[in-house]
Every structure is written in structure tokens, then in C-alpha cells.
Write a protein that binds this ligand. Sequence first.
Ligand code: ASP
Length: 453
Amino acid sequence: MPHDKPPINETASEPVTQPAVPPGARPAIGEPASSGSWFARWHGIPLYLRILAGVVLGVAVGLALGHRAEPLIVPSRLILRMLTALAAPLVLVAVLHALMNARLPQGSAWRLVRLLLINTSVAILIGIAVANVIQPGRWTSLPVPAATQTERDPGAVIDQILDNIPDSLVTPFVENRITSVIIIAVAFGLALRKLRAAGDAKLGAAGDLIEVAFLTLIKVLHWIIELIPLAVFGVVASIIGREGFGALLGLGMFLIAVLVALSLQLVYYLLRIRFCSWVKPLEALRGMRDALVMAFSTASSTITMPVTYACLREKVGVRERSASLGALIGANFNNDGTALYQAMAALFIAQAIPGHDLSMTQQVIVVLTAIVASMGATGIPEAGIVTLTLIFQAVGLPIEYIPILLTVDWFLDRCRTTANVMGDVNVSCLLDGCEREPPHPPTLEDRELSDIA
Ligand code: ASP
């Protein structure tokens, strides 16, 4: 079975069996503890439980220390710096990797791109609409940062869009301009693809290099993710110390708002499947149960990818080509749940800072950058947080508020990953059209897949 991304081990509580995964290719997080040391035992606890422990401890320390807990925010700032440092190289290597390995049947590329763009735009619009109606940021108040940009005039907005076209191959990496990095990555990825298609033998080594770079970056990212419980502890202690429970109320409202928006996105998917494909929506949900539960428990659409593919083929019954396009290729770029979340996160923080509401123009910029940022997000836990800086910077929001979101991100990451997988299912069903594939005697691949599913 083809697969486009190397698998990544999970952060979650449930062990995952992946038949389609080459052994040894996994940079692992949550590796089983090898010794009985204190650290090994802490490391052996699932990440989400460690984050929850960070929240509880943060509340206790914040209440006990009051304003004196404010400096505890420092570790989260440091962790954000490290995540930001990884953003540009990770996006570059992930896009190169996906473009080099994706198998696109002739003529299907534009149809796929169109479907991906429509779905992602709908997701972001739903997110923005819900954030504007529920206004979760109004339930809390963040201090106005010392220096932030206010609204730019339309001419400046056009300049800002033009600024994203790289004028150097190096500066975007130095300045962490993610949109420019994506443009460079797409150009070089397509060039590598063409050379590989022309049978250039040297391309094997380039492919290996990209693969190694990708796995190494993911490994480093996982080390940083291991520090998230500490960041959450510091953020919660500092916020509770400064503002009491009011801030957590705002985060609770944000959580509810994201869940409402993701549910609306699910309804949109099911309606599209109902009216634009032969698949019955409830049967699609039933057939995809394993993949959806796996997405929620691992918070990684990449880990879930082989199971998504197998369920689509064996349980839902879409054609091989549609399942490959939707689940294997789409999964690399199709992150609707992430896009919806990122747009809502920007609006939430803007609403929470007095006098910082985003204007219409800024919300349009959020839509455009969220499309780009979600495409650059890899299908691994917390990847959405790494590319979130792109949106914040685009509309002049202070990125130092991003760590606050880590408090609820362990849960929302799982929810948006499930939506990401459902997006892949949606694309596969729509690509499969209104007529079911005629039955055929099972092939060897089909028999292997039924074992996986
Ligand atoms: N965890 C998500 C996924 O695997 C990506 C994200 O962080 O939004 O699809």
C-alpha cells in the first residue's frame, strides 16, 4: 500500500498497530519507559494526563502565590520560541516530502486542489462565524501588550501580500516568513517531482536526505512537546495568580465554541457526502469508526493514515484511486480542522485583548493565512500550534499569547485531528462520484487491507 509520510509514534494513551509502517522509521514520543527512574515513570504517563496534571498544579500554585506566580510564564515563552524556530524548516521539509512522494493520477490534481480549497475555506468561514457569534474572548481579558500593530490600511495589506513573494531564498527562513517558505517549498517540491519522473537516478539520494531531515525535525519537535506540561503549568499558575478563574472561563468558552464549529463542519461534510456521492453519510461514519477513534486517541492524522485508507477501501467501499487521493495525498494538505481552529484562535485572542478586535480586512487575512498555515501543518500532535504564529503575525497579534492556548490544546488537538481525518473521508467520497464501483473478485491488496481494517 502506498503511503506518503513516514509514521510518527503517538503521544496518546492507546497503543497503535500499524501494518503499513516500515519498522525503525519512527521517531518516538511517549516511548515506553526503559528504566524505573522517576523521569522514566513520568515519561511513561500519557502526555494528555501530564498536561492535565500541569493544569491542576498550575491552579494550586497560582492560587497560593497570587501575583507572585506571574514570572512562571517564562518557561512557556521559551517553549514557544523553540516551536517557532522549528516552524520554517518543518514546513519546508514536510511540503517537499509530500510533493516528492505523492502519486497523482493524470488529470486528478486540479479536482483535488479545488475540493481541498473549498472544504478548507468553508471550515475557516464556519470557525470565524462561530467565533463572532459566541465571542469566547469576551469572557476573559488579556493585558494590552506594550507594542502591537493596529489595523493596516488597504494599501499596506496589498504590500503585505506582495511581501510574501520571496525576494531571496534565505531571508524567509531567517525571518520565519512561513508563507514565503511554503512558496519556496512548493516550487522546489514540484521541480524535484519532475526530475524524479524523468528518471534522474541522483534523486534517490535527495529523497533519502529529505526523509532523514523530516524524521529528525519531528524527533526534535517531540522533545519540545515533552516540555508542554511544564509550559501549561507555568501559564496556568501565572494567569490564575494574576486574574483568578476568569481567564479559565474564557478558555472554557473557547473550547465550547471550537466544538460547536467542528460539529457544524461535520454536518457540512455529511451533507456533501449525501448529495454529491453515492455513499450514505451514516454508513460512512460507521465504516470510518476505527480511523476516527484512532485520530482522536493519537492526535495524529499521519499515524491514522493507513487505517483511514483501509477503512475507506474495505468498509466504505470507495475506489482505490479515490481512497489514495483523499486519504494518502489529501491527508498531507487537507487539514480543515486545523484551519478552523487556527482562525478561531486568532479571533479569540483578539477579542480577549481590549480594543484589539479584528476588522473585516484582518478577518479576510486570517482566512487566507489559515488556508496556507493549515497546508503547512504536518499531521502530528500540536503541529497546528507551530504554524499558528503565521496567522498571528499576519494580523499583528502578539504571539506571546499563544502559550495560553496550550492549556486546552491537548483536547482540541484531538478533536481537530478527527475533523482532519473526516475531511479526507469527505474528499475521497466526493472524488468517488455518484456511482459505486462495480463488484470485483478480491485482489491480494484487498485481502491485506481487510486484515488491517
Ligand atoms: N494534530 C493535527 C493532525 O494530526 C495537526 C494539528 O495540530 O492541527 O492532523
